[in-house]
Design a protein around this ligand. Structure first.
Ligand code: DGL
Length: 257
């Protein structure tokens, strides 16, 4: 699995918890983070480099643990490779069904917010609800720096969320895998009457289904290992990833083939 950085760990945690027998290889493309301000061409190039490397490691499936990379690059990736590719898409459909006020907000990166595949997903699943798309420039960078509990992070979130609160939303979708790490700050700002939705569980379920369908599920817990790579290794990042993943992370350098 991979992400532009540490955000995909929110998905990795859930996969590791529910599929503990599976070996995990996690790539944080931190040298190129954030993806949210990159062009589609740049993102597709990074996605293909990482996927080729993962396939070289003989993985049996790839989880694109990044909403931005999913909307921009997953279709062409599925055409290039034959193993199961599982993407991360914001929970628009369940959010629209859940909302009583029929007003739902989506927090996403800038690249996701303007992506046509994403916009047509919104259209397809909004089910009559009004959808407020809020790009959050700068937020991924703060989380990457380990500032996910800082005053700075609170302030930037407040700026993004305040206008949404005035729109009478009752459901908020986290459309970037970094954002679950600021979920408690978000909940503090929006209050308990707003439901926050994320996608780690549905992605894990989808991965489990695909592995099961193809007879690829692992079944020997004592052998399972987790390996972590980054395109910009630092002690600070290893420390942060250990905290966010919830166990000690040894970080190795990722070098594309
Ligand atoms: N975690 C990525 C996502 O889900 C972050 C994108 C970025 O690096 O801007 O979109």
């Amino acid at each position: 699995m991979f992400d532009s950085g540490i955000g995909g760990l929110s998905i990795a945690q859930c996969i590791h918890q529910h599929l503990p027998d599976e070996n995990l290889i996690y790539v944080a493309d931190s040298q190129f983070a954030p993806y949210g301000d990159k062009s589609s061409t740049e993102i597709i190039e990074r996605v293909n480099k990482i996927a080729d490397w993962l396939i070289h490691q003989q993985v049996k499936a790839i989880v694109v643990a990044c909403n931005t990379a999913t909307v921009i690059a997953i279709e062409q990736l599925r055409l290039r490779v034959s193993i199961p590719i599982i993407g991360v898409e914001p929970a628009i459909k369940p959010a629209a069904l859940h909302s009583k006020t029929k007003k739902v907000a989506l927090l996403v990166t800038e690249a996701t917010a303007i992506n046509t595949r994403f916009l047509s997903l919104v259209d397809k699943h909004k089910n009559g609800a009004e959808i407020y798309i809020q790009p959050c420039p700068g937020l991924v960078e703060l989380i990457e720096q380990g500032l996910h509990q800082s005053e700075q992070c609170f302030k930037i979130l407040h700026t993004f969320l305040q206008p949404l609160l005035q729109s009478n939303i009752d459901t908020l979708v986290l459309g970037c895998t970094h954002y679950p790490f600021v979920r408690s700050l978000i909940q503090n700002i929006v209050g308990d009457n707003i439901t926050i939705m994320e996608t780690a569980q549905p992605v894990t379920d989808q991965l489990a289904r695909q592995l099961a369908n193809q007879g690829l599920l692992a079944s020997n817990q004592s052998m399972s290992q987790q390996h972590f790579f980054s395109s910009r290794v630092s002690t600070q990042q290893a420390r942060l990833m250990s905290v966010l993943f919830g166990q000690n992370v040894t970080l190795q350098q990722f070098c594309a083939l």
